[in-house]
Design a protein around this ligand. Structure first.
Ligand code: F6R
Length: 269
């Protein structure tokens, strides 16, 4: 895991956005794994700015979202399809038909999960996957105790997640307690993973993900197995790490190595 600790949420968003911009500029038809929730909103704003200023084009890009509420169709204001249209897709040049969110209104949700996996595989798999993390360590809607090799499937939400997300629903409004989510095994197949976390309320989950044992009780700890997972966090989210200073030291050494390699490459030209 590469642990990048930055001063605030704005720097986290900018750092994360640059990874996506570089990826798409390198490979126009990149397959992007996307997430919803509060954390990625600032990153999406950076992507919108970059797209509208001509720094990057998503015209050839393909996207697959992590998860969707089961029981909501895409026109429902609390659905993740609606969220993605509002927060990103409607403001950039991605083709709507190239964007995929699990179908929350599928008549047969079990078949829909298999079809979602096939659609991703047919596009060659995810190049870069964006993740947030729940206070309970979930990634996607893989709640604690999810199988570390699980695939896209119907998943029951914990009370904690339902309570955390209640802020998006108005009083008395139906709030789903089931979801379709990519599995942990599915997520781990992405070629690169970028997880963002900001704020003190994520500090326990970040500590367990980075320094805790690899365990289904903290689904995000599965990222310890990935060969290219970048954890981008602000100081508040990093505040419970036992080895924060060491991670900062590694990063500064890493940057020196990158500059050296860039210098070597420019000399070779
Ligand atoms: C969203 C998702 C969730 C969120 C997590 C954090 O697609 O899969 O795992 O990333 O619940 O949510 P926020 O960013 O709202 O704290």
């Amino acid at each position: 895991m590469q642990i990048v600790i930055l001063k605030d949420a704005a720097s986290v968003a900018e750092y994360g956005a640059n990874i996506f911009i570089e990826q798409v500029n390198k490979k126009a038809d990149s397959v992007l794994g996307l997430a919803t929730g509060s954390t990625p909103v600032a990153l999406y704003q950076e992507l919108i700015k970059a797209n509208q200023s001509g720094q990057v084009s998503f015209a050839e890009s393909i996207s697959f979202n992590l998860d969707e509420y089961l029981g909501l169709d895409g026109s429902h204001q609390q659905s993740y399809r609606y969220f993605m249209n509002e927060q990103l897709f409607n403001h950039i040049d991605i083709k709507q038909e190239n964007t995929h969110v699990p179908p929350g209104d599928a008549q047969n949700p079990v078949d829909a999960c298999l079809e979602y996996e096939s659609a991703m595989a047919n596009k060659g798999g995810v190049d870069v996957q964006l993740l947030g993390i729940g206070r309970n360590g979930h990634i996607g809607f893989n709640e604690p105790s999810s199988g570390l090799r699980s695939r896209t499937r119907v998943k029951t939400l914990t009370k904690e997640t339902i309570d955390d997300n209640a802020r998006f629903f108005s009083e008395g409004e139906y709030q789903p307690h089931l979801s379709i989510t990519m599995g942990i095994g599915t997520i781990l197949e992405a070629k690169k993973i970028v997880l963002l976390a900001t704020g003190e309320n994520k500090a326990d989950a970040v500590r367990d993900m980075v320094e805790g044992p690899l365990a289904a009780i903290c689904p995000a700890s599965a990222l310890q197995l990935h060969q290219d997972a970048v954890i981008v966090i602000d100081e508040a989210a990093a505040s419970k790490l036992a080895h924060g200073e060491f991670y900062k030291h590694i990063e500064s050494e890493n940057q020196k190595l990158q500059s050296y390699l860039a210098e070597l490459a420019s000399q070779a030209k």
